[in-house]
Design a protein around this ligand. Structure first.
Ligand SMILES: [Zn+2]
Length: 96
C-alpha cells in the first residue's frame, strides 16, 4: 500500500515547480491549479506590446541604436497574458 502523504510530498517536490500565487505572474509560463477545470497546468502565454515596450525601444535607440528592437522580442518589456491550456480561461496577466 502506498503512503499517500509521502506520495503527495514527492509529487510536490519533484514533479511540479513551486506553485505561483495569483498576484505573482511573470513573463514566463507558470504552474498552478486552474480554478475552473481544477487541472494542474503550465500556463500558455500570449504577449503583446504596450506603451512600455515602445518607451523601452525609444530609450534603447538613444543609448545603443542597434538594440532598439530588442524590447519587441523580449517578454520582459511586454504585457503577457496567461491562459489555461485545458479550458482556455485567462488566469492572469503580467505587465512590464
Ligand atoms: Zn482550466
Amino acid at each position: 500500500m502506498v503512503n499517500r502523504r509521502l506520495l503527495k510530498e514527492f509529487e510536490s517536490e519533484h514533479c511540479f515547480p513551486e506553485e505561483v500565487t495569483w498576484d505573482s505572474f511573470g513573463p514566463d509560463p507558470q504552474t498552478l491549479t486552474c480554478p475552473v477545470c481544477k487541472n494542474r497546468v503550465i500556463t500558455i502565454t500570449h504577449s503583446s506590446c504596450s506603451w512600455k515596450t515602445h518607451l523601452a525601444s525609444t530609450l534603447m535607440c538613444f543609448l545603443c541604436c542597434p538594440f532598439c528592437l530588442v524590447p519587441y522580442f523580449v517578454n520582459v518589456f511586454k504585457t503577457v497574458q496567461h491562459f489555461c491550456p485545458a479550458c482556455g480561461l485567462m488566469l492572469g496577466e503580467y505587465r512590464a
